[in-house]
Ligand binder design. Structure first.
Ligand code: ZN
Ligand code: MN
Length: 142
């Protein structure tokens, strides 16, 4: 499927193979912050011959070109986000759900840091327990 996302990717000089298109379709507009494994499971339904390495290598290439964000907020596995605009994330420590935090926080950079580093970006991570996990814990009497 030709989308704004596929146009942006091909405009960055990435050759669009059918397998890459399937990976891009899975990512396009996807706000669930899927892991490489989840993307692999999804595209395998259409491309049973696709290897996990193809998915992983494609994600790494897209990350290197700045076309997807690779999130390390989940200690269990890296997660991927096609939304590369400035936003932040919250993770549920119970189920691993990651949601977007749409707020343009511009953290004040302390003077000593500004002197020691040239800033290229910032990203805030929030941690907590989602409502579903909180309710489940209450039912179990935790
Ligand atoms: Zn949860
Ligand atoms: Mn996000």
């Amino acid at each position: 499927m030709i989308t704004e996302f596929t146009k942006t990717v091909s405009g960055s000089g990435v050759k669009l193979t059918p397998q890459r298109m399937a990976i891009l379709d899975c990512l396009n507009g996807n706000e669930s912050h899927p892991s490489a494994e989840e993307i692999f499971r999804h595209v395998s339904q259409t491309y049973p011959m696709m290897s996990f390495a193809t998915v992983y290598n494609t994600l790494s290439m897209l990350r290197d070109k700045g076309l997807v964000l690779e999130l390390t907020i989940d200690p269990a596995r890296k997660r991927y986000d096609p939304n590369v605009k400035l936003h932040h994330h919250v993770i549920c420590l119970g189920c691993g759900k990651i949601a977007d935090v749409h707020a343009e926080y511009e953290l004040d950079v302390p003077a000593d840091i500004a002197e020691a580093f040239v800033m290229s970006g910032n990203h805030v991570e929030f941690y907590g327990t989602c409502r579903a996990c909180g309710n489940a814990a209450q039912l179990k009497g935790e």
